[in-house]
Every structure is written in structure tokens, then in C-alpha cells.
Design a protein around this ligand. Structure first.
Ligand code: NDP
Ligand code: 2IT
Length: 476
């Protein structure tokens, strides 16, 4: 009868409303917990916006996970993870070619060595601050955990600008930098590598100076030249891995990179090898950039053009604007970023916070359906939210660019046993590691509707291994 159906409907409505109320209460309790945690972190680390940003992104997913696994909260694991084990800051003095004394500030942030020696790159760039290196060292800890290899997280660098410096000036700077850094690193302690502004040339000078001071030939850096203990495919690994991650996400949808129009930012190590792999897979890349602007080449940056770019950046150390002078049909857009160029897939490979909410929305409205981050934290907080809300394929940097440090880990293994694996061996290991990272993200990031939130998955999967090791050690 009608009245029964009415009561049944009312009950259903009541149940629904009280569930909604509970969810809202849980949500607002969680928001309060997050805000509580973040306000403490901000107070303890004033003036460090990049560090706050990186921690908040992790805490947003890890705090709810810890609520279901209270032993982590009881042992204050997240508070401990957000306090670096050690921060080293030092003066670096060197003389330029004109005989002037120059002074820079060097750093090494040893964030966490729960699962292996500190591991992470060195960045030489005028924008380097303690905040930037703390965010990078924090991210590195989760990234290295995701690789499955025994590496803790660290990062270092200096506010030194290699641009416009002679080779001799760069050498003197690297020697001065290593003269202090050598006290803090070692094959079982901390193993730095390259990052922005630190490539093959700088690694050579840094390794040489360490060898001179320590009178030892040991694997204290990765990304070394093949002649002196380097590994095959380390150069290629970050860019290639970023594209493998995209391919793995597309495979879940029975799709692939083949035939896709791709927008890439940056024109350094990560960007150029991302372009190379997209080309191998039959995609087409139409942009590259640097800090001055971007080039748009509607015909695509094929392998011959890419070789020209590599020579431009690593030998002549020129600007990407020269691309448009060299290749007809290409245009240069000074002071702009490439995100307004319509594409199917985007690969930010330059630097942090290079993709804003507005730019994310432009990408989405132009039909972009996948983003794989080669750079560290390239999308700002609101941009990330836009990608998550749109439920596109979005691989966050700590998962997407882990291929570089993974091959660094393999370089360490080869140095330890004094052997060299073949290119085929290493290619196979890299593709397996990237697929495993993808699968871990899927396991922890799958939502009720089947969509995979790779950011959530990466944060939780990266957290668990480090957290469990920390628990095993007791209170230290
Ligand atoms: P490179 O120094 O080889 O290249 C950096 C590129 O980014 C250059 O094109 C540079 O342009 C551009 N860039 C740097 N700073 C800015 C800025 N403030 N605004 C716009 N563009 C900028 O560095 P990598 O390719 O090694 O590093 C790129 C990104 O990838 C970084 O976020 C790094 O942390 C990350 N990464 C690197 C790994 C590696 O193995 N090398 C591993 C994992 C992540 P310009 O010449 O004008 O400065
Ligand atoms: O951000 C990174 O993962 C790197 N710059 C590479 C670090 C490494 O140790 O190879």
C-alpha cells in the first residue's frame, strides 16, 4: 500500500541523510587534522613554500591512511618523516676568470635513510633555496621507495648559475663545492647525482675532486661517465621512464602513445630523452621550452631535429629560441609556456610549479587526456586538483620520473660488484621497475568507480615501506 511505500522511502531518505552527515563529519574531521598538521609544519618551517606544498600533497592522502592504520600515528611517523635527518649548509668560495672572488651557498639535505643510503641529485641554479631542496629531498624519499631499490632520500645543490660561465669557472666551482661536500657523502652514506644544471660535465669535475681529496675510486656519485664507473642508459632513464609510465597508464585503457600529439616542456636531460622515447613509440612532439620561452613545431620534433637540440643544449649551451631560426615552420614564443598548444598528452619536464591551474584547465579544454611529470612537482596545487577532478590519466612526478634514480640505483649495484650490465639488461630492468611503480600506484590508488588516482597510490605505496622500516628501528 501507498503509506508503506512512503515510510520505506522516508527510511531510505533518513539513512541516506545520516550517512551523508557521517561522511561530511568524517571529511571535516580529516580536514581539521590536515590543517592541524600543516599549521604545525608551517610554524616549524617558516618561509618554505615549496616544502609546505610537497608535504601537504603527501599528508592529504597519508593522514586518512594512518587513521585506518593507527600504529603509524602512535609512533609519529609523519612528523618524523617531515623532519629531515640532517641539513648541511656551507659557503662555497671560488674565483671567476677575471680573478674576482665569488661566494655561493651550498646545501645537502639528508632527509631519510630508513631504507638505504641517502640518494638524490644536486641542483645548480640561482633559484635554489633551502625550501626547494627540502621539498626535493622529501619527494625523493617517496620516489626512491617506489623504485623498490634500497635508497633513502636526499637532495643538494647551490644557488650557483652555470649559465654564461666558462668551463674553467664551472670546474673551479665544482671543486670548491666538493671540497666541503666530500665530508658528508660516501657509497654507504649518501650518493648524489645530477639534476638541473648538473650534467655530465659537472659530475666529472665533482667526481675528480672527490677522488683527489679521498684518494679513493668509489661510487660516491651516479650519472658518471662510462669511462669511470657510469652505467649505460642513466642519461636516458628519466625521460624514457616518464614515457613508459604514460604508456603503462594508457595500456590500462587499451590505448598507447602511438599517434598521439604531445607537448613537452624543458629542453634539458629529461625533456630530450622524453621526446626520444615518444618518437620511438610513434608519437609526435610539437613543443620544447626553456626558462625564456617555448618553440612550437607543428611538423614534429623528429630524431634529426632532436639530435640538433641535444647538441645545442649540451655542447653549444645555447637557447631553445635558436630552434625556430634553424627549422622552417617552427615558431618561438618568448616569455610563454607551451600549455596552450592543443595536444593529447603533456609531459612537463622543466621545473617545479611550471603548470598552473589556468594552464591545466586550458590543457583539459583542448582535449589533453594524460599528463606524466618528468620534472619534480611541475604542476601547482590547484593544477593538480584540476587534473584529479577531470579524472584524466595523471602520473605525479614521484612515480613518473623515478626511472632516473632507479638506474642510479643500478649504477650503485654495478659499482659495488665491479661489473657492467649490458644495455639490454638495463632496459629490461628499467621497464620492469616503471611497470611495477605503475602497478603499486594502481593497487593503492584505485577508487570505488574503478578510476586510478595515481597520486594517492604513489603517496601511500611510497610511504608504507619507509614507515615500516622506521617502525622496525624503534624511536630514533
Ligand atoms: P637540465 O638542467 O638538463 O634542464 C633543465 C631544463 O628546464 C632546461 O630546459 C631549463 O631551461 C629548464 N628550466 C630550469 N629552470 C627553469 C625555470 N625556472 N623555468 C622554466 N624552465 C626552467 O635539468 P633536467 O632535465 O635534469 O631536470 C629537469 C627536471 O627534471 C627538474 O625538475 C629535475 O628535478 C627533474 N628530474 C631530473 C632527473 C634527472 O635524472 N636529471 C631525475 C628526476 C627528475 P634553462 O636552460 O633556460 O634554465
Ligand atoms: O630528482 C631525481 O630523481 C634526480 N635528480 C635523480 C637522482 C639520482 O640520484 O639519480
Amino acid at each position: 500500500p501507498g503509506w508503506l511505500a512512503g515510510r520505506w522511502g522516508l527510511n531510505l531518505l533518513n539513512n541516506f541523510m545520516s550517512r551523508l552527515y557521517m561522511i561530511q563529519r568524517e571529511d571535516s574531521a580529516m580536514a581539521a587534522t590536515l590543517e592541524d598538521f600543516m599549521s604545525g609544519l608551517r610554524k616549524r618551517n617558516p618561509g618554505e613554500p615549496e616544502f609546505h606544498q610537497a608535504v601537504e600533497e603527501v599528508a592529504f592522502y597519508v593522514l586518512p591512511y594512518m587513521q585506518d592504520h593507527p600504529h603509524y600515528a602512535q609512533h609519529r611517523i609523519l612528523e618524523r618523516m617531515t623532519e629531515p635527518d640532517r641539513v648541511i649548509a656551507f659557503r662555497v668560495c671560488w674565483e671567476d676568470d677575471a680573478g674576482n672572488v665569488r661566494v655561493n651557498r651550498g646545501f645537502r639535505v639528508q632527509n631519510n635513510n630508513a631504507i638505504g643510503p641517502y640518494k638524490g641529485g644536486l641542483r645548480f641554479h640561482p633559484t635554489v633555496t633551502l625550501s626547494v631542496l627540502k621539498f626535493l629531498a622529501f619527494e625523493q624519499t617517496f620516489k626512491n621507495s617506489l623504485t623498490g631499490l634500497p635508497m633513502g632520500g636526499g637532495k643538494g645543490g647551490a644557488n650557483f648559475n652555470p649559465k654564461g660561465k666558462s668551463d674553467h669557472e664551472v670546474m673551479r666551482f665544482c671543486q670548491a663545492f666538493m671540497t666541503e661536500l666530500h665530508r658528508h657523502i660516501g657509497p654507504h652514506t649518501d650518493v648524489p647525482a645530477g639534476d638541473i644544471g648538473v650534467g655530465a660535465r659537472e659530475i666529472g669535475y665533482l667526481f675528480g675532486q672527490h677522488k683527489r681529496i679521498a684518494n679513493e675510486f668509489t661510487g660516491i656519485l651516479t650519472g658518471k661517465g662510462l669511462e669511470y664507473g657510469g652505467s649505460l642508459i642513466r642519461n636516458e632513464a628519466t625521460g624514457y621512464g616518464t614515457v613508459y609510465m604514460m604508456q603503462a597508464m594508457l595500456a590500462v585503457k587499451n590505448d598507447s602513445v602511438e599517434g598521439k600529439c604531445c607537448v613537452v616542456s624543458g629542453s634539458g636531460n629529461v625533456a630530450t630523452y622524453a621526446v626520444e622515447k615518444i618518437n620511438h613509440m610513434g608519437g609526435k612532439v610539437v613543443t620544447l621550452s626553456d626558462s625564456s620561452g617555448f618553440v612550437h613545431d607543428p611538423d614534429g620534433i623528429d630524431s634529426a631535429k632532436l639530435e640538433w637540440v641535444k647538441e645545442l643544449k649540451t655542447v653549444r649551451r645555447g637557447r631553445i629560441s635558436e630552434y625556430a631560426d634553424e627549422f622552417t615552420g617552427a615558431t618561438y614564443h618568448a616569455g610563454n609556456r607551451p600549455w596552450g598548444v592543443p595536444c593529447d598528452l603533456a609531459f612537463p619536464c622543466a621545473t617545479q610549479n611550471e603548470l598552473s591551474e589556468q594552464e591545466a584547465k586550458t590543457l583539459l579544454s583542448n582535449g589533453c587526456s594524460g599528463v606524466s611529470e618528468g620534472a619534480n612537482m611541475p604542476t601547482d596545487k590547484d593544477g593538480v586538483r584540476a587534473f584529479l577532478d577531470a579524472k584524466i590519466l595523471y602520473a605525479p612526478s614521484k612515480a613518473a620520473n623515478a626511472g632516473g634514480v632507479a638506474v642510479s640505483g643500478l649504477e650503485m649495484s654495478q659499482n659495488s660488484v665491479r661489473i657492467s650490465w649490458t644495455e639490454d639488461d638495463l632496459q629490461e630492468k628499467l621497464t620492469t621497475i616503471m611497470q611495477t611503480i605503475h602497478d603499486q600506484c594502481s593497487e593503492y590508488g584505485r577508487e570505488q568507480d574503478g578510476h586510478i588516482n595515481y597520486l594517492k597510490g604513489a603517496n601511500i605505496a611510497g610511504f608504507i615501506k619507509v614507515a615500516d622500516a622506521m617502525l622496525a628501528y624503534g624511536v630514533i
